[in-house]
Design a protein around this ligand. Sequence first.
Ligand code: DON
Length: 560
Amino acid sequence: MKKLLLFLSCSLVLLHCSPPKKTHGLTTQNAMIVSARAEASQIGVAILQQGGNAFDAMVATELALAVAYPYAGNIGGGGFMVYRKNDGEIGALDYREKAPLAASKNMYLDHNEEVIPGKSTLGALSVGVPGTIAGVFEVHRKFGTLSIQEILSPVIALAKRGVAVTSKQAHRIANYQSAFLEANKDSILFQKEWKENDTIRYLALAETLTRIQQKGAKEFYKGETAKRLVKFMQENGGILTLEDLEKYEPKWRKPIRFSYDDLNIISMSPPSSGGICLAQIMNAIEPFPLNEYGHNSVKAIQVITEAERRSYADRSFYLGDPDFVSIPQEALISKEYSQKRMANFSFEKATPSSEVSHGNIQIIESDETTHYSIVDAFGNAISVTTTINGGYGSKLYCSDLGFFLNNEMDDFSSKPSSSNMFGLVGAKANEIAPEKRMLSSMTPTIIEKNGQLYMILGTPGGSTIITSVLQTILNVHEFDMSMQEAVNAARFHHQWLPDEIQLEPNSFSSTVIEKLKSLNYQFTESESLVIGKVAAILVLENGTLEGGADKRGDDAAAGF
Ligand code: DON
């Protein structure tokens, strides 16, 4: 109906309005992987070509990113996976880090109860118990078909052979030199001037992965690797113990499921806020004819911003680890609730965030990151976002074992109403407790249309993850873009607090910005701001797969 209206209004205004030609990403007939590095996409695709399924390829791609993309790919972090099998079965795995047993609510506060800058972001105290190795082995145990020997061999070979430095990577490494120096006692592999096209060989990581290949996940959580990691952490002032590692378990979760027009959207449940917030925002904007307003038009930005503002206020109050706090999930993702929250929105004027709090729900029911998307030749789909939080995590690099440790503890709320590195303000639901998982924004998502697999997507970007996934879906569904165009299009973001719209630089019309300013919207448009780095796959009407590899990174699609 919306498309018909657009067509009619186009016809009236222009008499004939031929649709603009679309620019497509890589298209393939059978299978595809889109990830942050070509090397990782290719290793995953090689596993698919050997007859492996999407789950085998997930293990290979995740670990290949740990080698080729140390900025965010990891074995020292954690993540979330959403899957949809070819028979329609869906599920989600939470291999998020958790707080060590010795963690405590006020561990980042001084004696005046003020947050100590850097304590939750830099060095050993910022590290949560890593979940990645447990996660990939759990995926393999449940769904894998090839042997771990076969899956890890090309990854280990890559680590030994080394990976070429890209221009973007050379810049990143240069930018982080002083942080590396601050976080580490000794000089690390990355503490030198790596130039574009240099090759970095990851020999210590190759040895660690070889032991894991031979002995399984228990090598990381109980074996020699575990003991060496704990020794390293304690030497650096950390609180991680062998008991923390031994007790770590990934958890199967029920994904969030909701509809938007004729789309059926499947996304990550708590301890990620991704699925709930995406559902809330999409429920709130569904009644508005966005495609009539136009992509990044004043009215479209207003509606999306106001829906985001209200959802992020709820995120702050209600969301945390579901094993520790009760989340009124069904109420939060009901269409009635989000649409009621929009009742005080007006096109005449911005709603100040100071006037927006969390919604009232009476009944409490009991009850630098990287993303890759995979479709295999059997029609199984996987959407995974994995992270060590900041770029190079805590910057603490274990030279002995060859990997960076996360700084995921910063995703907790160190103190009510103080903000974390993404400016997110938290509350009691996300306070620190031993063994609790910190709230995430990661939004690995799979979409069905007419009961069939339609889109697989996700992105890094901290608090901007949810809104980047949102805009990418809308770009295809409302604004008729190809997958690649949808991924590349300029993005904006609002997260309730601070009360401002973040814009990617030089991408929005000044007329639109001026009009929004006159309606009391405030803006930040920093030169270096990148909002998300989406990796997506779209199933076209004839069954062909189209990749969307974000121009903002070194992302690459591969397939056959
Ligand atoms: O779980 C989260 O929401 C964050 N730790 C994600 C961090 C992230 O995306 C950093 N990358 N830009």
